[in-house]
Design a protein around this ligand. Sequence first.
Ligand code: ZN
Length: 467
Amino acid sequence: MSSKKGYSSQSEKATAERSEQHGTGHYKTLVEQFYEALLLLKALSGLRDGYNGFPVSKNLEKERLRSFLRGLAYFCDFKKGGDTYTGIGLEETETEYIFWVTSNKHRPDLADFLKDLLSRLKQLKDAPEGSKGRLRRSLQAMCFSKAGKRIGMYQAHLTKSIAEAQGILAKPKTQHDRELSSWMSGLNKADMTYVELCDSIFTASKENHILRLLRSRAKFERSLENIRGKRNAFDEVRHYIGRLASHTRTLNQLCDYVEDPLIEEIIRAPVVRQIDPLEQAAEPTYDIHTKLKGLLVGIKDDAERRQVESRLDGLDRQCEIFDDISNQYNNFKPRVHAEVQILEHFYRKNLRFANDDKFVGGSKPSCECCYLYFKYHPARMVLPESSHKVFINWSLPPVTNPQSGDAEFIQQRKILSKMVNVLVYDAISEILGCRTAPCWRPDSLTDLSSTIASSPLMEPDGVAGPS
Ligand SMILES: [Zn+2]
């Protein structure tokens, strides 16, 4: 995957030299290093340290609007997985507000769904007090039925986790175990509709006493396993309670936010437009036999480079890490993630974000590459909530004219160079054992598994958080 130096002809050599002169050769090397570091991090822990929580603002109006956009994006993302990840950017012009929406994979029905959602929220706002309950229930039924596959999957996981946890508690020794076992039995009833299920789990998610018992039982089980980060049945129960409760909590928030004067004004006559997805930038060709040599290029210290090489060989003998990387590469389909599409759409067209808040509402926390792209982009965006998960199917946005004098190209090269520094540093640190691989953490919006990820910033969305 490193740049080839064995040129087969004079013309190839001349082209390569020109590329180097124009900075395109350097760019190509950067792209190779970028994907090498990504593939390696994915094969190692798949995560970077830390968790960036939802960006709070001192300005409550801004924060409510951010949260509103995030809630809309949440209900536009109907399924588990990355394809339906949705991003929303709100533009403010002299005369109107425009919701720009897109997802990781193009979905032709996305804008229509968002229009319907906004129109129902406006109806709810305008309705007389006596009709609000009916309209709210209808809105909830629409959103939850659309998210049916996701809710059904969480329900199945919750049922399985509760059965496992009950198995562990089969012979309860303490009063707390009995209390916990009886509480879990009442959580999930097969004949519930999705609305009833999420509402009842939401109510249960506010029972702090019992959730403390659940958390402490999960901690106890982890201590028996003595493996950092490994999840047990009690962790899973907490996790899926959080997932299911978040549907009702997010809907409640959306319904409350329409009473906010700014949001009321925004949804009065909203325009919704879908962004045409950006094509992926060219991907590098990967040659497994180079054994990540591009990654090693950046290590100036000879001794350290030899150490990294030797550790890589050791890892390969131990767990066939190069085969793993090679397999990942065979399914390599990079694409421009939704939040990056929104960022670039606003930046390239010089659009003004509503409330002058350069924020993109995402349906889930952003991945590591999107986070770094936002961080190093000159647009000075609000940094997104991020799980710092590494996904290899991430592409830079394409540059129209990838030549040395092109301002857009130079800018992208600068961003990429900074991203590569971070990713390569982390990959090498992990190889050399200079950091402990971070624990598992979820990539969904709201979650109760924060004790495992040691991420207090996630807690406000969890059981004990505001409803
Ligand atoms: Zn991403």
